[in-house]
Write a protein that binds this ligand. Structure first.
Ligand code: NAD
Ligand code: IPM
Ligand code: MN
Length: 356
């Protein structure tokens, strides 16, 4: 039996609610298939843990996680703990320490998903974002001088290494080649005269190895406008950490909302565990009410299945999500329904069983 060992960090707010459904779905896929299994180990890390211990995860947390095949993460962040502490000491440190330099975020309008744009067919919103995930604007480099004084100064560096840019850009070229799609780079070389000029240069350099891939390059301001006005321009997209963060929430908005947006944090070499998560946060405004949409988490479970080589199950889960969306019978309030988180989970399980 091929057993995948998964570390579960359900985290804060709606994290535990949506992760519970993701786990049920993964277990059901394993049960129906019969040739693989999951072994889940739960870690109680997050803001509650911080309030009790002063840490977001155990001191040897990274070492503990390194023994797993993958990490399944809900969401992190709660009122009462500063966000830059809760996120830096858990989510961001995992992405960095495990060199998960690819953040793969589909912005794809599924059958039945609501789209706020006018005159847009589902085929028009079909992008895959390759977000740089370990450096750039998130390098955590900077300083706070003369803190609290009238002359205080803060500096937040953007760190773009040649190796860091080349590897994410090359990954995106490979993906575009494999999928026979166009590749768009999103940057901001007109204003960011070091980092983004460098990014553009590397995009062009690496591109010489991929003459078969048709490319476009947009400034981030124009790109955000085109994502709304003409989303079909974008297929495979590669961009920096911060731009990728912002544009994928924009992407979520045009592809059904935060409740449907998934992301995979990949260490492509598989030296370290990769991490799968919905891209939304802990949604304190709806936490604990059974209102959270688990479909983003189900989609990230699909990404995990694909990562482990279970492509048929990965595709099957997307079909199940589409069936649930199209039927419109069992949906959470963000999608106009009145079902609870676990009722949506039940419905996905029903579809999985029915589709055997
Ligand atoms: P958020 O994504 O938590 O919520 C934004 C809006 O989307 C809210 O109105 C929320 O109710 C709604 N929403 C999000 N997920 C939903 C779901 N599954 N179903 C239905 N509605 C959903 O973003 P925020 O409010 O800016 O951040 C809240 C906290 O989460 C902060 O502490 C932030 O730092 C943290 N955060 C964590 C992650 C993560 O762990 N990956 C990601 C983003 C934000
Ligand atoms: C995301 C989140 C994180 C990010 C935050 C919570 C640090 O917004 O995964 O999109 O900016 O990467
Ligand atoms: Mn984000």
């Amino acid at each position: 039996m091929n057993t995948h060992k998964i570390a579960v960090i359900a985290g804060d707010g709606i994290g535990p609610e949506v992760i519970a459904e993701g786990i049920r779905v993964l277990n059901k896929a394993a049960e129906l298939d019969g040739n693989f299994a999951f072994e889940f180990t739960h870690f109680p890390w997050g803001c509650e843990y911080y309030k009790e211990t002063g840490r977001m995860m155990a001191e040897d947390g990274i070492e503990q996680l390194s023994k797993f095949d993958a990490i399944f993460l809900g969401a992190v962040g709660a009122p009462g703990v500063p966000d830059h502490i809760s996120l830096w000491e858990l989510l961001l440190i995992i992405r960095k320490r495990f060199d998960q330099y690819i953040n793969l975020r589909p912005v794809k309008l599924l059958e039945g998903a609501p789209c706020p744009l006018k005159d847009v067919a589902k085929e028009d919103v079909d992008m895959i974002f390759v977000r740089e995930n370990t450096e750039g604007e998130y390098a955590g480099s900077g300083s706070w001088l003369f803190k609290g004084k009238p002359n205080e100064v803060v500096i937040q560096d953007g760190v773009f290494s040649r190796a860091g840019c080349e590897r994410v850009i090359r990954y995106a070229y490979e993906l575009a080649r494999e999928q026979k799609k166009t590749l768009t780079s999103i940057s901001k070389g007109n204003a960011l005269n070091y980092s983004m000029v460098f990014w553009d240069q590397i995009f062009e350099e690496v591109g010489r190895e991929y003459p078969d891939v048709k490319t476009y390059s947009y400034l981030v301001d124009a790109a955000s406008m085109f994502m709304i006005k003409d989303p079909k321009r974008f297929e495979v997209v590669v961009t920096s950490n911060l731009f990728g963060d912002i544009l994928t929430d924009l992407g979520a908005a045009i592809a059904g909302g935060m409740g449907l947006a998934a992301g995979a944090n990949l260490n492509p070499e598989r030296t370290f565990p990769s991490m799968f998560e919905p891209i939304h946060g802990s949604a304190p405004d709806i936490a604990g009410q059974g209102k959270s949409n688990p479909l983003a988490t189900v989609w990230s479970a699909s990404q995990m299945l694909e990562f482990f080589g279970h492509k048929e199950w990965a595709d099957r889960l997307i079909d199940c999500i589409e069936e649930v969306l199209t039927e419109e019978k069992v949906l959470t309030p963000d999608l106009g329904g009145s079902a609870t988180t676990s009722q949506v989970g039940d419905e996905i399980l029903n579809k999985m069983v029915a589709g055997r």
